[in-house]
Design a protein around this ligand. Structure first.
Ligand code: FBP
Length: 548
């Protein structure tokens, strides 16, 4: 592999560890814990892993001799910067316990465990990937580990390789499944531990004990860099409004963090749209108002940030999508015979009056996406809807109407962008490199202490790394019961943007000024070498959340 100069220099970076993990480590245990809600139901479903204490690692002056342990690691779901550092942290951690310990990587996600597809991760391999982005060391996948058949198939290879513990690096669903697996192996007394690690650029796996999911920091910095560049471009040419959709699935954490970093003219927060029961027209009018206000000052340019999940949070769009899903599922055959040029009118004639009106108001391309691009279950693929184009077009139409009425005096030309994949495999920022390595190292300490059903946890991360608090949190503690596919299931609560939280409040306090003025901030590219205030800053979200 030809390496870039940065990759070579970055390979030598030694991630920082919390002080407590640097030498001999002792586990200090707190009080028994409870799940965040539905305690009775969760306790019944997890009799062996419920109520365990929070674990905190502290420095010890006694070096304990550990036997060699074999550990398996799985990367699950979407890529997030820092995954390789979690693996190198586990590797260095288990080797420190005993140099004869071994680490196996299961290939292409949880499916690798079920299909017995694995490789041993030796020092040479690990060294190739230290501080690099991507999940390409072993690959990732979205197979869900949820059936006893899968658990039993996995056990076969676990036994064959003499594996004592599995570390699952994933988001809320993967960690929920890690906990179900931990419970299953504990109930069967198989003696196999399962540990989770919090990953996702979306930033929606966080709670009292998990400050952030890894990858959020780097991904937001990459997006903020390019949004900043676009802002400088549009402030130079002064002729375009840029509509920028940002990845992040349902939650708007990424859009909000980028807004805090770059101070755009507009940022939509899906959670607020839902809370205020806004219609699509309300959202369009909100953006158009900013365009018109700036135009009145002669500023015919600007930026609008749009979270990926917006459509699903607009109550009226949700209702339309739901009716479309039901209608097309039961009338698929008839629909397939309708000529392409008549499909739009056909759908309008079949929907309820309210939904037909909304559907008719949508730009042609989006209406088509809603009826044609469907997943294997026949559902609309909301993530494929080009919300940035939808909004740009609808704002343009609204402004044209206003122009006729004399309410808009400027010019409006738009450019659209979607930033997502370009941020998921960036070389991890110092924050993510250190955080991930520490998460992996703490996972090895949890394994050494015989823990199962725990998520590796590193806290106090707005302080210098030596003051970070390392430990483990029982996964059951983060669970509640939610309806999934019509059934009540135990799941880790997804963290959406809290409208009364400090990050949103900080944004809300400034957004009216940003909507009219040109207060852009240009964060520039992630810096890996240089002064700490340039290289080691955590996200604004985390800084605000941690501020007293
Ligand atoms: P995870 O929750 O698995 O980390 O995935 C994050 C994510 O990047 C979302 O932001 C995005 O909606 C989705 O993955 C895209 O998935 P895919 O890579 O399958 O296109």
């Amino acid at each position: 592999m030809t390496k870039s100069a940065l990759q070579i220099a970055r390979a030598a970076y030694q991630p920082k560890l919390p002080k407590a993990l640097r030498g001999a480590v002792k586990a200090s245990e707190g009080e028994p814990t409870q799940s965040v809600a539905d305690q009775h139901a969760i306790k019944e479903l997890f009799p062996n892993t419920y109520g365990m204490p929070i674990v905190k690692f502290v420095e010890s002056d006694q070096k304990v001799e550990y036997p060699a342990i074999n550990v398996g690691v799985i990367l699950s779901g979407g890529q997030a910067p820092g995954g390789h550092n979690v693996i190198s942290g586990i590797f260095d951690g288990v080797k420190k316990l005993n140099p004869d310990s071994k680490l196996y990587g299961f290939i292409l996600g949880p499916g690798g465990l079920v299909d017995h597809n694995y490789m041993e991760l030796t020092a040479d391999i690990i060294d190739e990937y230290r501080n690099t982005g991507g999940f390409d060391m072993i690959g990732s996948g979205r197979t869900k580990l949820e059936t006893t058949d899968q658990f039993e198939k996995g056990l076969k290879i676990i036994r064959e390789l003499g594996i004592k513990a599995i570390v699952i690096i994933g988001g809320d669903d993967s960690n929920t499944n890690a906990c179900v697996l931990a419970e299953y192996y504990a109930a069967k007394k198989y003696g196999v531990q399962v540990i989770g690690c919090p990953k996702t650029i979306d930033g929606d796996l966080k709670n009292e004990m998990i400050e952030t999911s890894f990858g959020f920091d780097t991904a937001c910095k990459v997006y903020s860099e390019v949004i900043g560049n676009i802002q400088r471009d549009c402030n130079s040419a002064r002729k375009y409004w840029h509509f920028i959709k940002l990845m992040g699935r349902s939650a708007s954490h990424i859009a909000l963090e980028c807004a805090l970093q770059v101070q755009p003219n507009v940022c939509i927060v899906s959670e607020e749209v839902e809370a205020k029961n806004m219609s699509l027209d309300d959202v369009v009018t909100y953006v158009a108002n900013s365009v018109a206000a700036r135009a009145a000052q002669g500023k015919n340019f600007g930026t609008v940030l749009i979270p990926e999940g917006l459509i699903e949070f607009i109550p009226a769009m949700k209702a339309l999508i739901s009716e479309l899903n039901d209608f097309l599922a039961s009338n698929a055959e008839e629909f397939s015979h309708i000529k392409k040029s008549h499909q739009r009118d056909y759908i309008i004639s079949k929907l309820s009056k309210v939904n037909a009106e909304i559907y008719a108001s949508l730009p042609e391309g989006v209406a088509r996406q809603l009826t044609l691009d469907r997943d294997p279950h026949g559902n609309v693929q909301v993530s494929l809807i080009e919300t940035e184009k939808l909004l740009a077009e609808m704002v343009g139409n609204k402004l044209a109407e206003w122009k006729e009425q004399g309410k808009f005096v400027g010019k409006f030309a738009s450019q659209v962008h979607f930033f997502g994949y370009e941020g998921r495999c960036a070389a991890p920022s110092n924050y993510d490199a250190d955080y991930c390595y520490s998460l992996g190292y703490a996972a090895s300490a949890l394994i050494a202490n015989g823990k199962t059903g725990y998520m590796s946890s590193i806290r106090n991360t707005t302080a210098p790394a030596d003051q970070w608090i390392a430990g483990g949190v029982p996964i059951t503690m983060m669970m509640n019961m939610e309806k999934r596919h019509g059934e009540m299931k135990p799941v880790i609560q997804k963290a959406l943007v809290k409208l009364d939280g400090k990050p949103f409040q900080a944004f809300a306090a400034k957004r009216d000024e940003w909507a009219i003025n040109t207060d852009y901030v240009y964060p520039g590219p992630i810096q890996y070498f240089g002064p700490t205030e340039v290289c080691d800053q955590p996200t604004k979200t985390l800084q605000l959340e941690q501020s007293k």
